[in-house]
Design a protein around this ligand. Sequence first.
Ligand SMILES: Nc1ncnc2c1ncn2[C@@H]1O[C@H](COP(=O)(O)OP(=O)(O)OP(=O)(O)O)[C@@H](O)[C@H]1O
Length: 233
Amino acid sequence: MITIDQVVKRRRSRTILDHVGFEARPGRVTAFLGPNGAGKSSTLRILLGIDHPDSGSALFNGRPYRTLSDPLRTVGSMLEGSGAHRSRTARNHLAWIARSNGIPQRRVDEVLDEVGLAGDAKARVAKYSLGMGQRLGIAAALLGEPEMLVLDEPVNGLDPEGIRWIRGLLRGRAEAGGTVLLSSHLMSEVADAADDLVVIAGGRIVTTGTVTEVTAGYADLEEAFFALTGVTR
Ligand SMILES: Nc1ncnc2c1ncn2[C@@H]1O[C@H](COP(=O)(O)OP(=O)(O)OP(=O)(O)O)[C@@H](O)[C@H]1O
């Protein structure tokens, strides 16, 4: 269970997160949606303990990320692509993360297989496409077999087959009882894969609910997104 409560973040004189609060529950895929600059990454950085809020809290099963005793086995995360150094291979990158977190090396091959990178595992990350980098980031998130996943814009750079693949992966994790939170600025590409939606605009949560609840009264998902976020087409 992920619980974000009344998070406020200021940058210089601007309030970029204004009492942001929502939950992502076990067994469900929660999509955190909003246009560019809405505050998605800032919220997820606070959740993952990279930034501090000015007030409020962001917790995994009631605990801040920084206090988790075995973070990679509890929460798998991806922020801004793979995070791998360009000169490394995917296998080296994952093996290093596994080693430094006490995760068995057999998991490296398992996750490479799971994300479809087994055939490219020995290529340097510099040669990877954007979509392959996303798959590597997701592989790292899965290494510790965590019960919760937090992914920032995971569909970015994926082709239609990749988007279908990630939808299936996220659904599978939720069906196995996991908690899945992913952000996107593309409503249509993730809403189909989601159970619950959280929509943010201008640093404020503008709506939360199931897909049916959020889209009630609108022609379709796109219409709801544009109306709720004030983005003009
Ligand atoms: N380090 C920073 N210093 C100043 N302003 C920042 C900083 N980081 C983010 N912001 C501002 O905070 C707001 C929210 O940014 P954030 O990156 O969280 O949005 P986002 O919804 O993730 O959008 P995107 O998908 O474009 O990253 C934006 O107006 C951004 O300019």
